[in-house]
Design a protein. Structure first.
Length: 328
């Protein structure tokens, strides 16, 4: 009987070890965002909160970026496996700068960049003659596109200081913003405004990318594939019930409010940022050859990218998103 009992005990111990083995076998994976935690990062936090990454064999750490954090440099130094690019356009330019980065997914089908004007403005053409407050980085992105598309002029621009007060004080100004952020702050300030979104007028850029080093894509392809699929599932879950992720977002970023989170999530849904466009049929996080070429061609035509230095085919891969296919 004692021998039988020991056998049972051994079997139980073996069973217990087997039960916990998957958790021990989970691969560590670090994803670094491009800003403080917010709803725009919700799908990634949701995949942590709901155990979706663990289900796919990953032990994921999300690290926050910020205004003084060079996330590309940190990834190149091995402190992150992949990072969140503000846009596929931005990451193509990073590649030209000598960092071998490749976009493997894009969770925003539209770039959330907007210009916010006072409510006398109804369309981009009405901005002629207005003072435009834009950041220096815009010159490497959307500003050349706006000039070519709508005939706006460099002489109209003034530096944007990431403060809405100059806009609030001067009805003849318009300012840059992010669909889910500055319009909310301006609304709270009691100012009626018009929000003009570039992507609704043909601006080709994706946003909220998963961008990795070539080496990572080659040597950790299984983990990258798992991260992309689990993140897509996280975004689908977040849009259905954002509460689990929002709790983690507020933990990482105590300055984030429930009102701001609710506003941002509502905008993400309203504008189909995650689930619209090609994602509706091909899956959340999808990138297409046509869109990647449109972004690349814009950069080349605007002389923001040297085609002799950057091969379009090396800037992105659809290998991971085509297999994930998490439909909204």
């Amino acid at each position: 009987m004692r021998s039988f009992a020991l056998s049972l005990a051994g079997a139980a111990a073996l069973s217990l070890l087997t039960a916990v083995a998957p958790a021990q076998a989970q691969d560590k994976f670090t994803y670094m965002t491009n800003w403080y935690a917010q709803a725009e990062h919700g799908g990634f936090y949701q995949a942590v909160a709901q155990g979706i990454y663990k289900k796919h064999g990953l032990d994921v750490t999300i690290r926050m970026g910020g205004p003084q954090v060079n996330i590309t440099q940190m990834m190149a130094a091995g402190q992150a496996d992949c990072i969140m690019g503000s846009s596929d356009i931005q990451m193509m330019q990073v590649r030209e700068g000598g960092v071998p980065v490749v976009n493997v997914a894009a969770f925003f089908q539209k770039d959330p960049q907007v210009l916010i004007a006072h409510d006398d403005v109804k369309k981009f053409e009405d901005l002629k003659g207005k003072t435009l407050l834009i950041g220096a980085q815009a010159n490497r992105g959307y500003w050349p596109w706006l000039k070519a598309r709508f005939g706006l002029k460099d002489e109209q621009t003034r530096p944007y200081t990431f403060n809405i007060q100059p806009f609030v004080a001067d009805p003849n100004t318009a300012q840059q913003g992010y669909l889910t952020s500055e319009p909310y702050a301006i609304q709270k300030a009691g100012v009626k405004s018009t929000v003009l979104m570039f992507s609704d007028h043909g601006y080709p850029s994706y946003a909220v990318t998963v961008s990795c080093m070539d080496k990572t894509v080659k040597e950790r392809s299984k983990q990258v594939a798992a991260f992309v699929k689990a993140s897509a599932e996280g975004w689908k879950s977040y849009l259905a019930d954002p509460a689990p992720a929002n709790a983690l977002i507020k933990k990482d970023n105590p300055n984030m409010t429930d009102d701001q989170l609710a506003y941002s999530v509502a905008k993400l849904k309203e504008m189909g940022m995650v689930t619209g466009g090609d994602a509706a049929k091909l899956g959340i996080g999808v990138m297409t050859d046509a869109r990647a070429k449109a972004s690349y061609d814009f950069l080349v035509n605007a002389k923001l990218l040297d085609p002799a230095k950057v091969d379009l085919a090396k800037t992105y891969t659809t290998e991971f998103v085509k297999d994930a296919k998490v439909l909204p």
